[in-house]
Structure formats: C-alpha cells, structure tokens
Design a protein around this ligand. Structure first.
Ligand code: SF4
Length: 466
C-alpha cells in the first residue's frame, strides 16, 4: 500500500502556511494546518498516511530529510508559502533527488502562475489548488487527465484542474485524522482548553475585498451533517477546543445558526473561536454562538479610515465595527481585531488613528499586519500596472519588514508604526490588568505568560524599533 507523508516543512521562522497564508508567528502560538488536516481525511480513506509537522516538532531541514530517507513514502503532500518558498524549494529538491518520491505542493502563491511553477521546477509533480477536493487521491493512484482540485504533470504534459471555479456549493469530506497531529503542542492565546485542533465549515469567501487573496476563492459551505460527524469524532478523541479557521464563519447566517444549533443539541461541550466580519454579525448570532461554546470572535477591521476601506471594496463604517465589538462584549465573547498597517492611500496620521482605534475598541487581542501585495488579490494587479517592478516581488510575510511602500509612508516608517502599534496595545498596564483578570485556569495562565514573554522578546530585540 502506498504510504503518503503530509508535511509542514521546517523553517528558520515559525511560518504559518495554512489557508493559502504567508506569514510567521511572532509570538509563542501555532495551530495545526487545516489544509493538512482535511487532506489527512481524504487521503487516508485510500492510503496509509503519516503526518510530520516539522515546525511544531522543532526539526531542521537535515532532520526532516533524514526522516523521509529512513521511511518508505511514495509521495509527500507539503505546505509552502511565499515567505518560506526559497527554504521550502531547497528541501523539496533534496527530497526529490534523494528519495525519488512524488512531490505534491499546496500553497497560496502556487494557485497563481501554477503552470509556470510546474514548468520551471522539475521536482514539482503536482500542485493542489483546492485541498477540499479528492483529485489528489486520483493523482496518487496514477489517473491521467484533468482531476478536481489539482494540477499535475502527466507524461510531460501539464494537466490543469478539472472544472476550476465550478464546484458544488455544498461539500463534504471524510473525517480528518486529528490524532496523527501533535495536538498537545499547539497553542493559541485565546484558547480556553487544550488540546486544540482546527475544523473547516466553509471554503473561500463570498466578499470581494481588493486587498485580500481569499476573495479569489469560490465560496462553498460544508454539509452540516458531515461537519457534525467530525465534531463528534473530535470529542471522542478527547479534544476540547476548536479553532474554526474559515475566512468568514458567519458569511451565511443561516448556515452558522444550523451549525450552532447542532452543537447545542448534541451537547458537544467544545469551546471554540472563529473569524467573522462586522457586517455579518448580529445579536441573535452572538447569543446562539455563545450558547454553542464560542468564546472568541476575530474581526478584520483593517483601518478606521472609511474612505480607504471603500477604495479597497470593503465599505464598512466605524459604527458597524464598534457595534460588533460591543455586541460580543455584552454576550461575554472575547474579540480579536486585525489591523493592516501601510494600506494603499493611507498616510501616517490615518495609520496613527487606526492604532488608537484598536485600543478604543477594547478588543482582547489585536494583530497588526503589514500590507502585502498578495497573489490573487485584485490590488496586486492594479499596483503592478503602476509599478511593473512589483511583478518581481514574490516573497513577502505579513508579519515581516514591508516589501512595498505606500504613496505616503516609507517602508521603514511602516515597520516602525507596526511595532509601535503592538507595543502601545499590549504594554498598557490597564490592558495587562484586564487580561490577568480573565485568566481562570493554570494552563491559560501558562500560555498567556509564554505569549506575553514572546511579544516582549520580539518587540525589544535589536533592529525591531529601527
Ligand atoms: S477581507 Fe475578509 S471579508 Fe474580505 S474577502 Fe478577505 S476574508 Fe473575505
């Protein structure tokens, strides 16, 4: 029987490569990659599967190579990302040369220019462009021709994905093999319980924000019965906490209510968090989500500048943002706000107002990212027209030094502002006092202290302030 390795490759940084993402964890947190989890269910229905999360296990590239050499895998399905591409590709090439196995890759930047990557890099045998589809199984079985969710080389010919963008609107897949992942080693600051895992309820996003690559992924919902089977299996495994990494968990309110009702009726007793959008959220949803075990909702605020948001086709006003945060606070749900520093057309005074807005919202955690011209985001095409040099910018990380400057703010100043934002949010006595008051268990205190310490280390290491 073919043995397949699902690999989160090692890295110099703690790269976050799941959900087509390209960033690094800047504090002591990490979660299991949803792409590999979903693939573990789909592939293990046909083949023997092993999982190696080399980042979480703290393994080097040499140790990873040795591990694969000592095993007898016929294929590896590996994550990659724009920020880690060079390191990843060196390893994949070594794996190909030394172990002769099929190299199947999954990563955001590969969903664009797929043909070029397959042509240019001999060691890449196939690229998964939709990890919820079963074409990867057909490919490993040796099927020729076009297959769902995967591009591949067959007899020297590149075969495109079958029916790209024309999938069923409701999807299901076999229960992921959560037990194969090192669940005891994953940490999230907002988690109430451990061990934790990730579960998917939808794919893609129905919104079309110009700066976001998720807008290019067709929105589909997971069958609720199928989801419930997985949640029951998780409970049986002793998992207590779920992170739902969907781009917008509440995009379809009816679907969200059905999921919450099912979780309540089945008395699953899981604690969980999810990502939402402020204009897809209301009091009724907040109440049922809380009842179903939700303790934290994450919102993409991006900027307080309504004009900037409108230009980026995310026309949300500050009142709607405030209302969503207040609704959560009223229901006893914690909040995480995501903010982007260095958005096109945003000047320094506007960025400073955004940093102040993050504090005003009184969110429990704030994540300040750098604007990146992500592949698949409409804004990248627009910016490339203005600056053809941008076509050569393929490596970026939302949590690292900027690769582009805005019309008004230099790269150096964007980086300074981003770090000032993190310090001014987290290193407030009032904030520290509030968060200490929320800690109700020893395990949460330990995780909180580790994360707080890693934020301090990151912020005060040489070069961060510039
Ligand atoms: S920013 Fe959020 S709402 Fe907009 S497309 Fe991306 S995931 Fe969807």
């Amino acid at each position: 029987m073919n043995k397949i390795l699902l690999l989160n490759p090692p890295g110099k940084n703690k790269y976050l490569r799941d959900q087509y993402c390209s960033s690094s964890a800047k504090a002591d947190y990490y979660w299991p990659a949803i792409d590999l989890l979903v693939l573990s269910g789909i592939i293990s229905s046909h083949f023997q599967v092993e999982v190696l999360d080399a980042i979480t296990e703290g393994m080097s590239a040499e140790q990873t190579l040795q591990f694969v050499k000592n095993s007898s895998f016929s294929a590896v399905c590996a994550l990659t990302s724009s920020s880690s591409k060079d390191e990843d590709f060196l390893l994949f090439n070594e794996l190909k040369q030394n172990c002769g196995l099929k190299i199947i890759l999954n990563g955001g930047f590969l969903r664009h220019n797929t043909q070029r990557y397959l042509e240019e890099f001999e060691f890449i045998d196939a690229v998964i462009v939709d990890y919820t589809q079963s074409g990867v199984v057909d490919y490993i079985k040796g099927k020729k021709g076009r297959l769902p969710g995967i591009w591949h080389k067959s007899g020297g010919i590149i075969q495109q994905e079958l029916c790209a963008g024309n999938h069923e609107d409701v999807f299901s897949y076999p229960v992921p093999r959560h037990e194969l992942f090192p669940l005891g080693k994953y940490r999230l600051p907002q988690a109430r319980n451990f061990p934790l895992t990730c579960v998917l309820v939808s794919s893609g996003c129905p919104f079309k924000c110009k700066f976001c690559s998720s807008a290019s992924i067709h929105y589909r919902k997971r069958d609720v019965e199928n989801l419930l089977i997985e949640l029951k299996a998780i409970k049986k495994l002793g998992i207590k906490e779920v992170h739902f990494p969907d781009f917008t968990f509440t995009a379809d309110k009816d679907h969200c209510v059905k999921i919450c009702r099912a979780m309540i009726d089945e008395e699953l007793g899981l604690s969980w968090d999810c990502l939402s959008r402020v204009d897809c959220f209301d009091g009724k949803l907040a109440r049922i989500m809380k009842k179903a075990g939700c303790h934290t909702v994450q919102f993409g605020v991006e900027s307080q500048n309504e004009q900037v948001l409108e230009n980026l086709t995310k026309p949300i006003d500050n009142k709607t943002v405030r209302d969503a945060f207040v609704l959560c606070q009223r229901e006893g749900i914690d909040t995480i706000g995501f903010f982007i520093i260095g958005l096109p057309q945003e000047d320094e005074p506007s960025i400073k107002k955004t940093i102040a807005f993050a504090r005003d919202l009184n969110c429990d955690y704030a994540s300040f990212s750098i604007f990146v011209p992500d592949f698949g985001a409409q804004i990248r095409t627009e910016l490339e027209k203005k600056d053809p040099q941008l076509k050569n910018v393929y490596k970026f990380d939302r949590t690292a030094f900027p690769v582009t400057e805005s019309e008004f703010v230099s790269k150096e100043r964007i980086w300074q502002l981003r770090n000032e934002a993190t310090r001014s949010f987290y290193l407030r006595p009032g904030y520290i006092w509030k968060m200490l008051g929320k800690i109700k268990s020893g395990s949460r205190l330990r995780v909180g202290l580790r994360i707080f310490w890693s934020i301090c280390k990151e912020q005060f290491k040489p070069g961060v302030r510039l």
